[in-house]
Write a protein that binds this ligand. Structure first.
Ligand code: ARG
Ligand code: ZN
Length: 890
């Protein structure tokens, strides 16, 4: 059944307090749930109270302490007929944590108990009004075997603990804040904590803990530092202080997503929390910082103010992603260092384009605030998170940091303690800034990626420069088109670059004087003209600076103009963007040549542009590493008229070889110059050097004669004191071996396994490296992957492991996955179905890798359709069925 946003109705009953008592036993945990229930004065009168419950064993129930014939447990829930206006309802039931492979509700991971309740996991623990607009205060008593579970944690404050007979013990927790059930959590098991005490703005002392398995205690420092920085940053930037005396993070190795913001007890996938230099890459370090920030920031944007219903998910997720992006940008270089901020921005935009633009182009296209869903877990999407964050960012672009802060302040003033909507947030921004933002609502209700087409006209005699902006949605998918009703309010940031490479002061027609060199034009019509006056010479437009809106900009730049912008634009994002435009154009031409069976013909424009970036020592190494990265095969395939992964692969490979040959000396010099000898440093600068060094090594590994790469990479592998260098060396060796047919990657690959055998997160990397490797004719990667499925360390039930091998192959190795013989699709269907029976949420994610099937060459697309139909016939879960049915219907 499809749930519609339009069907929202306030709950007929409210639950004010919940007392939960758990007798934790892996096979059968008994849960006693005592609730104070009353009629919702603001809702229509319903006579019955309907609670939801799933996969629960009913034991007993009572109203105000007495058994009652009015209570009826049934498939899917529990009904109280003719419920009183206010009463105490006690329900006792049981669930099976050890048998729970869905990783929703209460489950066992590595011998410890933990929970995941968002979005609808609480109903797998006990019967409840499991919806975010029902907020209650929770008291939780945990009882468990003292040896098996020495540590017992839940939300809020520990108010009591002690021993029980039979080697058991208990702990009682109380969360003083009202919260929806999706923020409930418990953890019980053998854990140790890194602790820190800090003082927050009001002078109160707070206890911070990062709980992990004993062997992981040496990987908690970075998480703790990130948490402390998050707490301080949120106070400084938004005036938001930690409201609990105690804040806990727990690492869990079986987890469907990245992490979860349970009140006062954040639960993290180990991948998103554990780090030391030997086991976590520079990218992992950066991700951990931003995810720790993200979950912490949810304490205000998500927990104190939560969502009225799940259609409003972006209210908390878009806003909190925006906040974590701003936090990471500030940490990577401070507000002053614009180049460092830009690096973060570029990375975020890459993710958006790669994940969200593709989503918008396919059958799962949906607005930031969806109108309907079958399974809400399928809507934790790039659109809700990433495009949602861009939508929030646009308020800041329109009103500036101060205006944005005013809007945030008003939002909390109005809505603290409430469950609200995206409209409420927009209204707070509008009122705080004295603006009518009704048109802006379309960013929430319209799916599809807007396109802005730009034309310009310079009138030399009149010294006028006219910029015409026209918006539409290009060739949006039918799913997206169905939601579109009119033009958006697009903040379009622009600068004009003079022939000397400097920005011109800007003066729009009607303005008394020039001011500033970057302007945010507000595009509100389908087409609009903006005229700059006093323009002394024909400028080069720098369009959509800092990516001021999640849109595609089309403008007819010449190659020389792009090279000029790459060399001179004062906006670092657009400098990078110019290089990407140049590369994308070049690569798409090559890909069309490959698709048509023509021979490759590539101009020198890209080589020369890359040469100047690579050798420009005034640019930060991290920026250069990004600028020297070609768009991915997936990105290119999606931009081809007909997606042809083999052609995209051949094109990219040709360009990489060309760039490696033409710039061989420069790559070698860059490699040597950016070596990072001595003790490992975790700073962004050091990471930048490692990144650029890694790029150089990868390019060198593309050469027909990869001797330099093999020599350098072998040495780098042998002396590495961190996993970034170690993996960089290993990938380069594997890449060189794929081109050359040598087996010089074998020794380090085996060494890597032996070295990290007891470190699951690093073994995940070992699986992923092999799943994403370049194939060789005599050994297609599907064979390697099928072989690895039989490896003793492979375990389909562990999402990280499944993602490392299966998702890496199906999602990040397009040329091999889309093999002409359909072997990838057969594998995909097998694995989606295998996962469907274990963990529907993870299965549905994998199912999504075929959703753009209609865009592919007819030969591939026919085979993809057959695989989708097979899954559709055999899948059981709502999660997977929604995805494949939408794909087939597209
Ligand atoms: N709220 C979490 C976060 O983004 C994500 C949890 C999603 N879990 C799920 N099962 N859908 O921080
Ligand atoms: Zn979140």
């Amino acid at each position: 059944t499809t749930i519609l946003r339009a069907d929202y109705a306030a709950p007929a009953f409210l639950i004010d307090t919940v007392a939960l008592e758990f007798d934790l036993v892996p096979e059968r945990t008994v849960v006693r749930n005592t609730m104070r229930v009353r009629r919702n004065p603001a809702a229509g009168r319903a006579s019955n109270l309907e609670l939801v419950g799933e996969q629960l064993e009913f034991i007993s129930a009572a109203i105000d302490g007495h058994p009652s014939a009015a209570i009826r447990a049934h498939e899917g829930g529990l009904t109280v007929n003719d419920a009183p206006d206010a009463f105490e309802l006690t329900i006792t039931g049981a669930c099976s944590p050890a048998a729970n492979t869905t990783l929703m509700g209460l489950y066992v991971s590595g011998g410890n108990f933990c929970t995941q309740c968002e979005a609808q996991g609480f109903r797998r623990i006990t019967w409840f009004l499991d919806r975010p607009d029902v907020m209650a205060t929770f008291t939780v008593t945990l009882r468990a075997d003292k040896d098996a579970c020495p540590v017992l944690l839940s939300n809020g404050n520990l108010i009591e603990q002690g021993d029980l007979p039979d080697g058991r013990h208990y702990a009682k927790w109380e969360d003083p804040f009202k919260k929806p059930s999706y923020l409930f959590a418990l953890v019980a098991g053998k854990l140790v904590a890194l602790e820190e005490r800090i003082r927050t703005g009001s002078g109160k002392e707070k206890l911070l803990q990062v709980w992990v398995k004993p062997q992981d205690l040496d990987k908690t420092g970075h998480a703790m530092d990130s948490l402390v920085r998050s707490i301080h940053w949120d106070e400084e930037r938004f005036g938001l202080e930690l409201d609990l005396d105690r804040f806990m993070i727990v690492a869990v190795s079986d987890f469907n997503m990245g992490a979860m913001e349970n009140k006062g007890l954040n639960i993290f996938n180990t991948k998103c929390i554990l780090a030391n230099p030997e086991t976590a890459t520079d990218t992992d370090f950066a991700n951990i910082e931003s995810i720790v920030g993200h979950e912490y920031f949810h304490n205000w944007t998500g927990n104190r103010v939560t969502c009225r219903d799940w259609f409003q998910l972006s209210l908390k997720e878009g806003l909190t992603v925006f906040r974590d992006q701003e936090f990471s940008a500030a940490m990577s270089g401070g507000n002053e260092n614009e180049a460092a901020r830009a690096t973060k921005r570029i990375e975020d935009v890459c993710v958006l384009r790669q994940m969200q633009f593709g989503e918008d182009a396919g059958p799962m296209a949906h607005p930031v605030r969806p109108e309907s869903y079958v399974e809400i877990n399928n809507f934790y999407t790039a659109t809700v998170y990433r495009k949602g964050a861009e939508v929030v960012r646009m308020y800041q672009t329109l009103f500036g940091r101060e205006g944005f802060r005013k809007g945030m302040d008003l939002y909390f003033q109005r809505h603290d303690g409430q469950a609200v909507t995206c409209d409420d947030f927009r209204q707070a921004m509008a009122d705080a800034n004295g603006r009518d933002l009704s048109q802006f609502e379309r960013w929430y209700s319209q799916a599809g990626t807007p396109r802005v087409r730009v034309t310009t006209q310079y009138d030399e005699a009149g010294r006028r420069y006219r910029v015409t902006l026209a918006q539409d949605y290009g060739d949006a998918s039918p799913a997206a088109r169905a939601t579109q009703s009119g033009p958006l309010l697009i903040p379009f940031s622009i600068g004009l670059v003079g022939q000397d490479g400097a920005d011109m002061p800007l003066r729009l027609e009607g303005e008394r004087e020039a001011g500033g060199t970057t302007r945010v034009l507000e595009l509100t019509e389908a087409q609009q003209c903006f005229t700059f006056i006093d323009v002394p010479e024909k400028p080069l437009p720098s369009l959509l600076r800092d990516f001021s809106a999640p849109a595609i900009v089309e403008y007819d730049y010449g190659n020389d103009e792009l090279a000029f912008l790459l060399a001179h634009d004062s906006d670092p994002f657009n400098r990078w963007e110019a290089g990407q435009r140049l590369a994308t154009r070049e690569l798409l031409t090559l890909a069309e040549q490959a698709a048509d069976g023509r021979s490759f013909d590539m101009s020198d424009a890209l080589v020369e542009a890359f040469r100047s970036v690579l050798t420009d020592e005034s640019l930060s190494p991290s920026f250069r590493a990004l600028a020297l990265m070609l768009p991915t095969e997936t990105y290119l395939a999606e931009r081809m008229a007909v997606s042809d992964p083999a052609a995209a692969h051949a094109a990219r490979r040709f360009a990489r070889r060309r760039l490696s040959e033409a710039l061989r000396q420069e790559w070698l010099a860059a490699y040597e110059r950016h070596l990072t000898p001595g003790a490992y440093e975790a700073t962004p600068e050091a990471a930048g050097h490692r990144g650029l060094k890694g790029s150089a090594l990868m390019y060198l590994s593309e050469l027909d004669d990869p001797a330099d790469a093999v020599r350098l990479a072998t040495r780098q592998y042998d002396i590495a004191n961190n996993v970034t260098d170690r993996m960089g060396a290993l990938s380069a060796l594997m890449n060189a071996a794929a081109g050359k047919g040598g087996d010089f990657a074998k020794r380090p690959l085996d060494d890597f396994y032996a070295r990290f055998e007891h470190d699951p997160l690093v073994i995940d990397k070992w699986f992923a490296l092999q799943a994403t490797q370049r194939g060789r004719a005599e050994r297609p990667v599907i064979d390697v992957v099928r072989g690895l499925m039989q490896h003793p360390a492979f375990n389909l039930k562990n999402p990280n492991r499944a993602r490392a091998l299966i998702f890496s192959f199906c999602g990040a190795n397009p040329a091999q996955f889309h093999a002409a013989n359909g072997s990838g699709y057969a594998f995909w269907a097998e694995q989606v179905l295998a996962l469907d029976a274990i963990n529907p949420q993870v299965a549905a994610r994998l199912a999504r890798t075929l959703e753009l099937w209609r865009r592919f060459t007819p030969a591939l697309s026919a085979q993809m359709r057959a695989a989708l139909e097979q899954v559709n016939a055999d899948a059981k879960s709502r999660d997977v069925c929604e995805i494949v049915q939408k794909a087939l219907a597209s």
